[in-house]
Design a protein around this ligand. Structure first.
Ligand code: FES
Length: 172
């Protein structure tokens, strides 16, 4: 299938354009007619490259895949790992599903927000830290769990949160 990303009036994405050779190699690994299966790996690479998924990335990916826009939107809304907005250098996500909630996740979240001086879902004014919540991380046996960028921190407590932030230079 040929790639046409920039018909008159269409949006472009420098990130998607850069990744197209990689996407084309990926496409060869799937049987013909299964292009929609590329949605997830392509979105993952876009986020690795940009840090989040921008509107122009979605438009460019939809054009390249030739799938309905809703298909990409569904993937983005289902997987909480995907971000539609930029986040800070350090992204702290607190799980607050049942197991983590029962073991103090709400208190941890409040502690974290107070320490950094931000609301849940917000980024510190220096752009370094973002605090958000996330659904079950599949590590309920070690609840409560906080994810720092890609790394799990388990059996968390206020003291462990303090140590984690100290290690990132957030002070106490
Ligand atoms: S409820 Fe937090 S990891 Fe499952």
């Amino acid at each position: 299938m040929s790639t046409v990303l920039t018909p008159a009036g269409a949006s472009t994405s420098a990130v998607v354009t850069k990744l197209l050779p990689e996407f084309e190699r990926l496409r060869k690994r799937f049987p013909p007619g299964f292009d929609s299966s590329l949605t997830l790996p392509c979105l993952r690479r876009i986020q690795e490259e940009r840090g989040h998924i921008a509107e122009e990335d979605i438009e460019a990916l939809v054009a390249w895949l030739g799938v309905p826009r809703v298909q990409v939107d569904e993937v983005l809304s289902f997987y909480t790992q995907f971000r539609r907005e930029p986040v800070g250098r350090w992204h702290l996500q607190v799980c607050r599903n049942v197991s983590c909630s029962m073991r103090g996740a709400e208190g941890l979240l409040g502690h974290l927000c107070r320490k950094l001086g931000v609301e849940q879902g917000a980024t510190t004014s220096d752009g370094r830290f973002t605090v958000s919540t996330v659904e079950c991380l599949g590590s309920c046996g070690t609840a409560p769990v906080v994810v720092l960028n890609e790394a799990y921190h388990e059996n968390m407590s206020a003291a462990k949160v303090d140590a984690l932030l100290d290690g990132l230079g957030a002070g106490s």
